[in-house]
Structure formats: C-alpha cells, structure tokens
Write a protein that binds this ligand. Structure first.
Ligand code: GLU
Length: 295
C-alpha cells in the first residue's frame, strides 16, 4: 500500500448546522491521528463547510471550535470558512462552463420525479445515485437561447455537470483509499450531478474538492458514507487540474441503540456531555479512543 507523501496534511470539515456529537469527535480524531502518525511532518487543519446559508449558524461554528479545543485537539490557523471563498467556486464553474461541461437546470424536485415516472420507472425501480434519484437529463436538451432567456428573467437554476462529457475529456481515472487500495473511478454513478445549487452558487462536491486542493490536503479522511463521493471528486480534480489526495474512510460510530449519531439527537452532543460533567477523557472513551491515542 502506498504511503502519502510528506508532509501529511489532513482536515476535519464540519458543517455548522448544529452542535457536534460523538461521531464528529471520532471523525475529528481520525483526521488528527492520521496527521500525528506522520510525526513532525503531520499537519491537521479544520475547515468550516458553511455553504448552506439557510442551515448554517455562526454560533454553531463558535461552539464547534470550542468543543474541539475542549477535547484537547489543536489545529493550524487560519481555519478556512467556505462562505468566505465563494469567488473560488465561481471561478471553477466559469472554467467548466468555458469548456462546455456544465448546463443550467431549472427543474424542481417534483418535475424531476414526474419526468422519471413518465420515462416508465415504477416508484420502486427509480435509478438511484449516491445522492438520490439520477437526474433524467431534461434540461441538458434545452435550447441554449431559451436557457439564456430564462436565466436573464431570473428563473432559479442549478448548474449540473455533463458527467459523461467530463469523463470522456478526463479519460480513465483511479484514486487510492489507504485501507481499500486502488480504486477505478466511477463518477457516472452520480449522473449529471449538481455543482451549483439553486439556493447557493456552489455545492458540497465542488467546494470540498477545490478546498482540499487549495489547502494542500494530502490525505482526505472522512466517514465511509462519503466513499462514493470520492469517485466524483476524482473526476472534478481531473477536469479542474487539481491535485489528487490519498483517501481513508472510517466506519461510522453508532450509539447504544446501534444507530448512527445524527445532529437531530440533541441529547448526545459534546456540549450536553460536557454540561453533564463529563471530562474530555471520558468523552474520548465514549468515542472508543484509547488513552494512549488521545490528544
Ligand atoms: N462537511 C461534511 C460533513 O459535515 C464533511 C465533508 C468531507 O469530509 O468531505 O459531513
């Protein structure tokens, strides 16, 4: 198995849409530990993923950093906040547009569902990608003049990647998961994925891929629920001329009920454990981190 080149740069990239829970503590530790294993060559960064203006709150960002510091984690400053860098995402979209790799999509969710149904798919056999139903391509065939007029008239629209055209430009791609080995990239599983949302002019996939490059991240660590996303990120790296990091995906921590921790389980936040008098060591123990492995 290859080892990442020195220096090892990792990051934890929470979204300030709520308070952190034990699953986040584990994920932050996982990235921190990956950097620590590299010794003096290891660097650990934090990135605040706050492109979702409707759901993100500055007070959660403050609480996240406080909780991580309380746990004893240390990271390099400055912390990159995605909402401060919307120009970077706009530039990447311009670049893709210039090469004919994106198109505006005006469809609502309901219209997409109707279109899929009209194509003869029964509700139980709707083709699914990792982010939900595969887009049937409706707006890809819009007359470009009509599309321009609708944009000029202020019609809300997303920007979608022509995934097949991008793949054809990029050629065959591989990436490496440090635990699971070499992977052949299969970005087509996402179909024509949204790169800029109707409500914010970027997307998780575009921002995260660009930011990992800009921040010089050499090893992306994250939960295995995002394993499939790495196939698409590899394609975005290729078409945008970005570096390809190594990847390591971790299993998701579950609570006593066997279910994954989620932001909606208010009782299990780091904040509530802290307020109930737990020490950082006790919280690390709850996250399954042994004494010798903690910060
Ligand atoms: N912001 C994402 C989340 O909170 C993590 C993204 C990533 O690590 O790639 O799930």
């Amino acid at each position: 198995m290859p080892t990442p080149p020195a220096p090892t740069v990792t990051r934890f990239a929470p979204s300030p849409t709520g308070l952190l829970h034990l699953g986040h503590a584990y994920s932050a530790w996982f990235a921190w530990a990956e950097a620590r294993r590299a010794g003096a060559d290891g660097r650990f960064l934090i990135r605040i993923e706050d492109i979702d203006r409707g759901r993100c709150r500055p007070e959660f960002e403050v609480a996240i950093l406080e909780d991580l510091a309380w746990l004893g984690l240390t990271w390099e400053v400055p912390v990159r906040r995605q909402s401060d860098h919307m120009d970077d995402y706009a530039q990447a979209l311009d670049d893709l547009d210039g090469r004919g790799l994106i198109y505006p999509c005006f469809c609502t969710r309901a219209e997409i569902a109707r279109e899929i149904e009209a194509a003869g798919h029964a509700p139980h056999d709707i083709p699914q990608g990792p982010d939900g139903p595969l887009y049937p391509g409706t707006c890809r065939h819009l007359d470009p003049v009509e599309a321009k007029d609708r944009i000029a008239a202020g019609d809300a629209h997303a920007l979608r990647l022509k995934t097949d055209a991008a793949s054809a430009q990029a050629g065959p791609l591989t990436w490496t998961d440090l635990d699971r080995g070499a992977q052949t990239a299969t970005p087509e599983i996402f179909g024509d994925v949204v790169l800029a949302r109707k409500d914010t002019p970027t997307s998780y996939h575009l921002s995260v891929t660009l930011d990992d490059h800009i921040q010089g991240v050499t090893c992306v660590t994250r939960g295995e629920d995002l394993f499939a996303a790495s196939h698409l990120h590899r394609l975005l790296q290729a078409v945008l001329g970005l570096d390809t990091p190594f990847y390591r995906h971790h299993g998701l921590l579950t609570g006593p009920d066997g279910k994954r921790f989620a932001k909606r389980d208010k009782s299990e936040t780091l904040r509530s454990l802290r307020e109930a008098g737990r020490t950082p060591g006790e919280v690390w123990a709850l996250a399954g981190i042994g004494e010798g492995d903690r910060p």
